[in-house]
Structure formats: structure tokens, C-alpha cells
Design a protein around this ligand. Sequence first.
Ligand code: SF4
Length: 295
Amino acid sequence: MPIISNPDIRRALVERVRYYNELGIYDFYRREGMALLANRAPSDELNDLSAPTSEPEQREEMARKKSTAVAPVAEEKLVAVLSTRPEHNVTDPIAALKLIREDLGDCTRCQLHKQGRKQIVFGVGNPHADLMFVGEGPGADEDTQGEPFVGRAGQLLNNMIKAMGIRREDVYIANVVKCRPPGNRTPERDECETCSPFLMRQIAAIKPKVIVALGAVSAKNLLAINAPMSELRGRFYDFMPAGVRSSDPNWQGAKLAVTYHPAFLLRDPRQKGEAWKDLQMVMKYLGLEPPKKSE
Ligand code: SF4
């Protein structure tokens, strides 16, 4: 980290890092040419920090609001400590997921915490999974049971997984947001942006070979692409979780496929054939065979 002599800039940097850490973002990337920043105004320098969001002006304003809570401590040390995710260098996915869950805590980072959630639905499954499914957010059943995809849509997802020749316990299942949006509405953009860093950290901890995004909300959030399902499906994307590095330098990211959300398939069963094509693409990549008829 370069030495920053201006105390105002240093303090502001600490505030900014702490703000991102509160959002679950711990890894930052230095842009080329940072050394040229020395002669620039403080506001320019702050805006050049590698902000992992697309709304720097808004984030800047939010960071200022939080500034009163920053304790007057040795800033350089604080930056160094705050820049390290709790699970940084933890290679065991079970331990890493536990640390991420602890870091999430009784989360109040977005408005969904006060809109009737019963509990946080963190994720479930095999921490060593090759295959991960990511949905949109918990529904009523998930909110009650604390586990993703346990209602009717979950039953269909279980059947989809079984048709791939594997079991639910073999995969890991999570959502973009971990609290139930009221009335099962689509999560707002700021809710997804606030919660998804924790999903990115879960992905980096699990290091799956393939991620299947279930539905357009999941796909758009993971891929940062705004496109209809017809364009998103039918191909693999190279995926690296945004804003976080895996503890395993050998993990080169996952392949990401997009398919329909099981809840949509319940409403329009005619699309099940299309979803099966998506899953077959994943099965081929992972070398999975559908179960024999007698199984
Ligand atoms: S949805 Fe995510 S960010 Fe929002 S309160 Fe729940 S756990 Fe926190």
C-alpha cells in the first residue's frame, strides 16, 4: 500500500475501506498509475479507489454519512487489518464459510432486515461442491426453515438435481439476497448490491467448477449483464466472483450457466425441456450421467 502523507486523505481512505468491509467487501485492487495521484485533490484520489460498484457518487455520499463512527486509531494499521477478509488464506471451505457466516452476523446492512424476515437464509449444501446453484432470494418456506429452495420450487430443483444423477447434498445452494423480500417481490438493486458480496465470498470459498444461475435476477446480478433470458441461456460464461480473491491461487473461476428459476417452471412447465437442455450442458461439462431407470 502506498504511503499517504495527507492525514485527511488517509482518514478518508480508512473510512472508505471500513464502509466496504461493512458491506462484506475486503479485497481491493490497485489501479495502474496510482503513483500519479500524489498531486491531485483529495476528492479525485478517493474517487479513484477501486470502487466495486457502478455508483461512485452515491457510495461517496454514504461513506461520508458513516464517518462519524470511525474511531481515531492508527490509520495505516487499520487499513491493513480491514483489508483482510476473515476467511482470507483459509483454504478449508467449511471453515471459510463459517467465518463468512459469522461476519454476516445478524445482518442489518440493507432494508430487508426490517421487512418481516424471520431469519437469514445463508446457504446449504456441500462446501466442497463442484456444482453450485444460485437463486434470487428466500421465499416464505425458506424464510421459515432457514434453508434455500425448500418449498414447491425447491422440490422441483431437487428433481432437477436428481435428474442430473446427483443428490441435493452434493451441491451447494444459495441466493443473491439472504433475507426474504416482502410478498416475494423481486429484490431491489441496492439490496442485491449490498448482499451479493457475501455470495461472492461464499463462491470464492467453495470454488465450484460450475455455477447455475436460476432465473434472470440471479443471472443479471452474477454476470452484471442486463439481457433477457433468451439471450442469457444456452452458453457458458467464465465467472470469477467480483471483489474477492479465492484463497486458492489455482482456482481459475467457474463456468456459469443460466437456466429458468424453478418457480417459473412451475408456472410454465412447457419450459422444462429448455431447462433440461441447460442442465445437460452442465452435465456434459462435469461428466455427469443421468441415473439409470432402475435407480
Ligand atoms: S438481504 Fe443480505 S444485506 Fe440485506 S439484511 Fe439480509 S443478509 Fe443483510
